[in-house]
Design a protein around this ligand. Sequence first.
Ligand SMILES: [Zn+2]
Length: 123
Amino acid sequence: MKLEFKKILNLPKTFCFEKENLSFVGSLKKVKNNLVEIDGFIKADVILTCDRCGKEYQEKFDSEVKIFASEGLFSGDLDEIIYEFHEGYIDLSEIVYSEIESLKSDYHYCDECIEKQEICYEV
Ligand SMILES: [Zn+2]
């Protein structure tokens, strides 16, 4: 799903991106000349691999995100992650997929391992 930078205004505009088992809804607005702020919710069914036992399991990913996208290189001062786009368009699907990928790269434990861990804590 691509949106033209030129058409994004200072007033927040809602968007909705849905594909198979994921959705990304929210609003976006221009905050500076070449900078757009996106506030939204990502919901997806993702397959995660347990970092303890290696088992794959499905998890519902439900997360609020605040993302910035810039048209071209962004040279200002901002702590947040900025997605840079170079062809005049913001690609929301690219953002949503990389957000999910970054979630996957965190540590995850399946339910069984979480239970075992809880038992350990009691000792
Ligand atoms: Zn596990």
